[in-house]
Design a binder for this molecule. Structure first.
Ligand code: AP5
Length: 216
């Protein structure tokens, strides 16, 4: 199973990819998580990414493609993968085609999660993330049982630096101009399946499961 989860910031790509990757026994490959890990570890990649990340701009294509090239060659990705947050530009999508061709692989499906902009802003500005296990909460619609602590592991919750309202609005503009054109790119190749991302999380998951495996 080789899938891309595509959609605007806050559409629920990470929420769904995390669970479905476990269910299907394939890695969730999330470029945003990889960049956050690099920034937390203070690596040269993290230092290079930070100035783009903090203002909600895209990290340069060549940096991201290098990261993905290495990750797709890891043994666990041979079983399949869910790409979450990559590709995000046409040059990234074209680079992915070349990489997969080198590996003798091809994409099975691109699942797009559609959500209204007002709901995206609500979700992102209220999101809190567990520093230990990565689980996400929402201050209004999915608050933790104990303020500031993760229900699953007790880790401290934090707000992502790019989840402030101004940065969220910038990320949405960047999505529209640089990532939304990928819908037509993958639709033209018969790979795109659309899922309404604004229902309850379990319902969206059931639709994503079907979209990932159902007839094209
Ligand atoms: P990244 O980390 O990829 O962020 P994003 O795409 O902006 O996506 P998010 O993680 O914000 O949203 P999501 O769709 O995963 O939603 P989630 O499931 O968390 O990228 C961050 C930055 O890294 C970029 O701005 C860029 O700088 C850089 N970057 C990363 N990849 C790059 C690339 N390929 N090229 C260049 N730069 C790159 O859900 C959001 C919230 O909603 C949560 O609180 C969740 O609990 C809640 N929620 C989810 N589903 C539902 C639902 N159905 N109903 C109600 N609430 C829900």
């Amino acid at each position: 199973m080789r899938l891309i989860f595509l959609g605007p910031p806050g559409a629920g790509k990470g929420t769904q990819a995390r669970e479905l990757a476990l269910e299907w026994g394939v890695p969730q490959i999330a470029t945003g998580d990889m960049l956050r890990d690099a920034m937390a570890a203070g690596t040269p990649l993290g230092a290079e990414a930070k100035s783009y990340y903090d203002r909600g701009a895209l990290v340069p294509d060549e940096v991201i493609v290098r990261l993905i090239r290495e990750r797709l060659r890891a043994p666990d990705a041979g079983r399949g993968f869910i790409l979450d947050g990559f590709p995000r530009t046409l040059p990234q999508a074209e680079a992915l085609d070349r990489l997969l061709a080198e590996l003798g692989q091809s994409l099975d499906r691109v699942v797009y999660f559609g959500v209204a902009e007002s709901e995206l802003v609500r979700r992102l500005t209220g999101r809190r993330v567990c520093r230990s296990c990565g689980r996400t909460f929402h201050v209004v619609s999915a608050p933790p049982a104990r303020d500031g602590a993760c229900d699953r592991c007790g880790g401290a919750l934090y707000q992502r630096v790019d989840d402030g309202e101004d940065t969220v609005r910038n990320r949405l503009r960047v999505y529209e101009s640089q990532t939304a054109p990928l819908l037509a790119f993958y639709e033209g190749r018969g790979l795109l399946a659309r899922v309404a991302g604004d229902g309850p999380i379990d319902g969206v998951r059931a639709d994503a499961r079907k979209a990932a495996g159902g007839p094209r």
